[in-house]
Design a protein around this ligand. Sequence first.
Ligand SMILES: Nc1ncnc2c1ncn2[C@@H]1O[C@H](COP(=O)(O)OP(=O)(O)OP(=O)(O)O)[C@@H](O)[C@H]1O
Ligand SMILES: [Mg+2]
Length: 336
Amino acid sequence: MTTSELIKQLFLSFSNKDNESFELAAREYIEREKRKKHNIVAKDLEKALYNSGDISISKKRFKNNIPIPRDTEKGFPLLEIQHFEGSFNDLIISKETKEQLEQIVREFKDSDILATYNLQYKKKILLCGKPGTGKTFSAKIMSSVLNIPLIYIRFDAIISSYLGETAGNLRKVFDFIEHATWIVLFDEFDIIGKNRDDNHEHGEIKRVVNNFLQMLDNLKGDSIILAATNHQNILDPAIWRRFDDVIYYNLPDAKIRQQIFEIYLKPMKRESNIDLEKISHLTENFSPADIKMVTEEAMKTTIINSKNLISMIDIETSVNKFIRREKVRNNEIGAK
Ligand SMILES: Nc1ncnc2c1ncn2[C@@H]1O[C@H](COP(=O)(O)OP(=O)(O)OP(=O)(O)O)[C@@H](O)[C@H]1O
Ligand SMILES: [Mg+2]
């Protein structure tokens, strides 16, 4: 059977709802990948086919048949269900921060054992620190590692648009969450602090925040709730108290910056004179997201110039361009 015949077989068994022949064809496809020594692809496909992973976790997983809650007034969806592929190796952060994240995952996996000691796994976690340091990314990775879908909620979008509607919207969101086990991310949690100076708005926001905290206190189910902010300093003690753990994301030091350059330059072959240690020293105060952007820019330059190898100049030029851009942003050089 040729590959395209095999794929046709897959499609046919899918449309005939014939699970057995679907699995046979899928298995055959995986075997072919193995014979081609495409071991990573084969393993990935196997994982996708059997959705392997920790059985105690998949048991808790949710068959999604409840509609996604929407804003009553405008009808926009209040949350998104997302799936990711990734591992903790993709996240380059300090050892301490990574250990904190891994501990959360391990506690969740061992929640049954913890419960026999009357201990509860960490359920509500605040992720804070500078922009572009990996807060949102960490939530995605946790979702992938635990093989539990991520519920992504733009906290500011729910709150800022129609303050009057907010309590109802939040209720709907929490009702939805409680139906199953999820990794829930309330992203851009910053709104809580943002309107402090605006007295009129502030009263409203405060009410909403109290509302939110109450729902958080009464939350049922096994989900892990993450809230991400880059304005942790304005969160008041009432909010801090609600979280079982706070994870702080530092800007990377020179050594970590070098690792981030390594990982993001991986797709491309390099000239022999590339000195990433030097580059990492030129990029103080760069966030991981900044470094990703700089490496992508440099790789694109290499590609559009029809070169096979990325050069030190490509990278340095991209770094300098970024530094210039930051200066413009900070008003250090005005538009002339
Ligand atoms: N520590 C990291 N290691 C590797 N890649 C990272 C890291 N942090 C960020 N990135 C890359 O940068 C992208 C943007 O980061 P992310 O969205 O997680 O930042 P954030 O901390 O949520 O920022 P913000 O506060 O602006 O929301 C990620 O998708 C990832 O590709
Ligand atoms: Mg983010």
